[in-house]
Design a protein around this ligand. Structure first.
Ligand SMILES: *[C@@H]1O[C@H](CO)[C@@H](O)[C@H](O)[C@H]1NC(C)=O
Ligand SMILES: *[C@@H]1O[C@H](CO)[C@@H](O)[C@H](O)[C@H]1NC(C)=O
Ligand SMILES: *[C@@H]1O[C@H](CO)[C@@H](O)[C@H](O)[C@H]1NC(C)=O
Length: 345
């Protein structure tokens, strides 16, 4: 089957990696799958033309509103995957709410990443409840085995760092909503007393203006380094070399960086917000903090209690195996896409 997959492919959004994963799942079942960036699409008419021209036989969309609406009225069967903003923001807008309802009515199936997402969706569109499947994001890490850590430290201007340094890694696109500076003062203070502690903030410099601000702020701060993003497999190798992965953002959603760290058996220290609390159980699969002061307290505990570190990384790895299985995700999407083959469902 030839499948069209529409999603927001702007680099550094989680959607992009999700789209790649889903494409690889359906292609592994022998289908052809072509990705289209929703941001480059103007109207359902344009998509209808594309479908006719390229002879697509089925469609997929990540985000009901931002992508799914372009499949409305098309003749091919399609499935949709709820995006975070569908449920958290777009439902509040009456017109978007109506459009999403139409998308759900026309779709063969819909996928929610979490139970909560399904619950919220079912509250808004009870008639669609039987179509909504829950499939958490699958996690598969492949750290670059030949990653050159020394060269990385050199390029990142972190060469002066002694061998026993504890790198805390904050993986984050530089946008204000991600609040990358939340822990800077606490770190600078801690670093002054314990020079082997440092924080590396790594990610795409998404917002140029904000990036400038961050750079200016960090210029006079010791112990906090801003690092240009690196390829995914290198990043995973870097995660493995870090002492812990940190998430300090206030934004909603599910952090792929946290899930990857858990899979790589590196401890996670995350801000106590609903998105993080949904995947990190405090003192069980990671540590949750509510203030910079609490962060430092917990990080110190992690350093002085090897048993705690062992326990949470072990439990976190098990959690990824059972709740974010890449193999199960593959099976689910292959089965769901199969629904598009059944006539007149
Ligand atoms: C892995 O790391 C090596 C050494 O830094 C680099 O040359 C190579 O391109 C990396 N591989 C990938 C897939 O990024
Ligand atoms: C932190 O976690 C939140 C919620 O899980 C996520 O939306 C955000 O992208 C993450 N931010 C960073 C910097 O990892
Ligand atoms: C993991 O999956 C199990 C079984 O599906 C479920 O009972 C549990 O609540 C899930 N854990 C989390 C933290 O979501």
């Amino acid at each position: 089957m030839r499948i069209l997959l529409i999603a927001c492919l702007r680099a550094s959004t989680g959607n992009c990696t999700t789209a790649d994963r889903i494409r690889s799942h359906v292609e592994a079942a022998g289908h052809e799958c072509e990705l289209r960036d929703a941001d480059g699409v103007q109207s359902p008419l344009e998509v209808a033309k594309l479908i006719a021209q390229r002879r697509f036989e089925a469609g997929l969309a990540i985000h009901l509103y931002k992508a799914g609406r372009f499949l409305l009225g098309s003749r091919i069967p399609f499935g949709v995957i709820f995006g975070g903003t569908d449920i958290n923001e777009d439902v509040k807008n009456e017109e978007k709410h109506r459009v999403m309802g139409n998308v759900l009515d026309s779709a063969r199936f819909a996928v929610a990443f979490t139970c909560r997402m399904k619950e919220v969706a079912a509250k808004h569109w009870p008639r669609a409840i039987s179509k909504i499947h829950i499939q958490p994001q699958g996690i598969l890490t492949r750290p670059n085995v030949s990653f050159d850590f020394e060269a990385f430290l050199h390029d990142a201007g972190m060469m002066h760092i002694p061998g026993d340094t504890h790198i805390f890694l904050l993986i984050c696109g530089l946008r204000r909503v991600k609040d990358p500076l939340y822990l800077v003062e606490a770190f600078a203070e801690w670093h002054e007393r314990e020079p082997r502690i440092c924080l590396a903030v790594i990610g795409p410099m998404v917002d140029p203006l904000f990036t400038k601000e961050v750079k200016a702020k960090l210029q006079n701060v010791d112990g906090v380094h801003l690092v240009e993003e690196i390829p995914q497999t290198d990043l995973q190798a870097l995660i493995k070399r870090s002492f812990a992965v940190v998430n300090s953002s206030l934004s909603e959603g599910m952090s792929a960086a946290i899930l990857e760290a858990m899979d790589l058996e590196v401890p996670v220290l995350a801000r106590d917000i609903p998105g993080n609390a949904a995947i990190v159980q405090h003192e069980d699969t990671g540590l949750l903090f509510s203030s910079p002061k609490e962060f430092v307290k917990l990080a110190k505990r992690l350093m002085s209690e090897p048993d705690l570190k062992r326990r949470i990384t072990h439990n976190a790895k098990n959690y990824i195996r059972t709740n974010h299985s890449w193999e199960l995700e593959r099976e689910t999407y292959q089965n769901l896409v199969g629904l598009c083959l059944t006539v007149g469902l």
